[in-house]
Design a protein around this ligand. Structure first.
Ligand code: NAP
Length: 279
């Protein structure tokens, strides 16, 4: 198959590596000429250019730019696409992407491979990134069956575990397990930094160990990604944050009231629930 990748970064580059290894003809578009040259030199793509004309022969195109660039990318891409071309994306939120793309190109299947590292850019791309990771597809009722089948086959060929759901359910689910944790973890770090006694703060920083490392990790990441989650998943993230705030209020109440049996009951329930999310 002739597959176009737009945005040769961590996700787009890793996808190009695997798809080329599977025998597809891979055509890349990226914003900077240097990135395209590097992708060609490393054999990651068969051809690449900042010019979208390189995608004229593509049967399937995967949008792998940051979420904020999807709308402008689409404008530049569509005039070059073959009328039968299938389009998909890898964006971490789905409602806004689907609402942007589908009216312009109905032959589109929203997608989200749930794989990544803390790194970004083509230099960070590697083979096998998607192996055994969830890959969520969010077709609509009116999405052409052939487009769904082609994108599903592509995701399965990367050895991902494919899940189907609506764009709304996707965004609500990732708000719980991905976007809320970033905000909670960031708030934890910010709260610690509010310690008014500098000696206590310094001691806490010296004593911080594995528990703090685990709970603060996602809050100490790239601020741009956090802002993008909030911007593109505002409704679902706001809903999750408000439920989380209620939980915190109940905890404060139980501790203030010295209601240890209720607190133990609450912590028993969370102890039982955690394995349903992660083993
Ligand atoms: P990335 O490593 O920064 O790669 C994005 C690439 O897109 C950049 O290398 C850049 O290429 C190009 N680009 C940047 N701004 C652009 C613009 N305004 N117009 C056109 N191209 C532009 O990012 P990524 O982590 O691969 O993320 C890409 C997409 O994957 C995002 O939509 C994100 O939501 C999704 N995603 C990310 C992860 C993750 O953990 N990172 C996981 C799942 C899904 P040049 O070098 O040419 O400038």
């Amino acid at each position: 198959m002739r597959i176009g990748i737009v945005g040769l970064g961590l996700i787009g580059g890793s996808m190009a590596i695997d798809l080329k290894a599977l025998g597809h003809r891979v055509l890349g578009v990226s914003r900077r000429g240097e990135t395209c040259e590097l992708a060609i030199a490393r054999g990651i793509v068969d051809a690449a250019s900042p010019d979208f004309g390189v995608l004229a022969e593509a049967e399937l195109v995967v949008l792998c730019t940051p979420l904020g660039a999807i709308a402008s990318t689409l404008e530049k891409l569509l005039p070059h696409l073959d009328r039968s071309a299938i389009l998909t994306d890898v964006g971490s939120t789905k409602v806004s992407v689907v609402e942007t793309v589908v009216p312009r190109w109905p032959n589109f299947v929203g997608g989200h491979p749930m794989a990544g590292t803390a790194e970004s850019g083509l230099e960070a791309a590697f083979a096998g990134l998607f192996v055994d990771r969830p890959y969520v597809l969010t077709p609509l009722e009116e999405t052409p069956q052939r487009a769904i089948a082609v994108v599903e086959e592509m995701a399965r060929s990367l050895q991902s575990r494919v899940y189907f759901c609506s764009p709304t359910h996707h965004d609500q689910a990732v708000a719980w397990i991905s976007h809320l944790p970033v905000m909670v973890s960031a708030s934890l770090i910010a709260a610690c930094m509010q310690e008014f006694d500098p000696k206590v703060l310094e001691l806490a920083q010296q004593l911080a160990s594995s528990g703090f490392r685990d709970t603060s990790r996602v809050g100490g990441g790239n601020p741009e990604l956090g802002v993008m989650m909030a911007q593109f998943n505002r409704g679902a993230l706001g809903r999750s944050l408000r439920v989380y705030r209620q939980q915190l209020d109940q905890l404060i109440e139980q501790i203030d009231q010295e209601d240890w049996s209720e607190l133990e009951h609450r912590l028993s329930l969370t102890q039982q629930a955690r394995p349903k999310f992660v083993e």
